[in-house]
Design a protein around this ligand. Structure first.
Ligand code: FE
Ligand code: FE
Ligand code: FE
Length: 189
């Protein structure tokens, strides 16, 4: 038997021995992604107080604290959606948010007491918001496709909060933080 044919025959044999698995559907992907963002939101709840504490600008610290309270509500929305699916609210480790928050921690360490610290914190926070915006946009669309209008509405509410936070951070970045960092840099020079 030719090598290729042998391989194919072997593949067929092992495939038939494997237990039959239900094909993964959009609903499975929806649940998996819900677990991903549930993990991410809980990670963010642990991270935001550290960022608020580190921030030099009072406005920036206030923005972080405000978003911490919003994030707690976002976790409750996700729990409502798990309930609609009759599934336990459970997170699945998200390496993306682990990486993004790891970068933020690095900035806090490397730029401790530095004039550019707040600019770095802002950049880290915006990376988090952008990840969330991408996830919630996807989940909202999938909820609509799966015929779950109430879940879609909850996901849209959170998406609106993430986008508003992103805009607040952009305003802080352009109006306060970057100028502040630059002025301090010039003073030091
Ligand atoms: Fe969030
Ligand atoms: Fe993820
Ligand atoms: Fe957020």
């Amino acid at each position: 038997m030719a090598k290729k044919a042998k391989k194919r025959a072997l593949k067929k044999k092992t495939a038939s021995r494997r237990p039959r698995q239900a094909p993964k559907m959009l609903s499975d992907l929806f649940l998996a992604t819900l677990k991903d963002i549930y993990f991410a939101e809980n990670k963010i709840i642990k991270t935001l107080p550290k960022m608020a504490k580190a921030a030099h600008s009072k406005d920036l610290a206030a923005a972080f604290n405000k978003h911490l309270r919003e994030t707690q509500g976002q976790v409750r929305r996700l729990e409502q959606i798990f309930k609609m699916l009759n599934k336990p609210a459970r997170g699945k480790p998200c390496e993306a948010i682990n990486g993004i928050t790891e970068e933020g921690a690095e900035i806090m360490k490397d730029f401790k007491n530095a004039p550019a610290l707040d600019a770095g914190l802002l950049a880290a926070a915006q990376a988090v918001e952008h990840y969330e915006i991408s996830r919630y946009g996807t989940l909202r669309t999938w909820a609509e496709e799966l015929g779950m209008p109430e879940a879609a509405r909850l996901l849209q509410e959170t998406l609106d909060e993430e986008e508003a936070t992103d805009h607040t951070l952009t305003e802080l970045a352009t109006s306060v933080i970057n100028l502040e960092a630059e002025a301090e840099y010039r003073e030091a020079a």
